[in-house]
Design a protein around this ligand. Sequence first.
Ligand code: SF4
Length: 69
Amino acid sequence: MTILRIDVDRNRCTGIGICESYAPDRFEVDDDGTLIVRGEDVSAAERDEIEQAVNGCPAAALRLVEVPA
Ligand code: SF4
């Protein structure tokens, strides 16, 4: 069995915060432009929202990876 996990490429992230607009409970850009991710694991119920955030990132800094549960 696998679970989905959020992976952030901090070298690509520009801190604009599009991801935050799609999934504000999970992503937040602080005043310094640093992305804060609240938890990495993605439940089935959250998947659509998180996928929108991943696909909406203009810097391709986010991806979902499958990891062993
Ligand atoms: S949308 Fe992408 S580039 Fe912008 S803050 Fe989120 S992860 Fe970083």
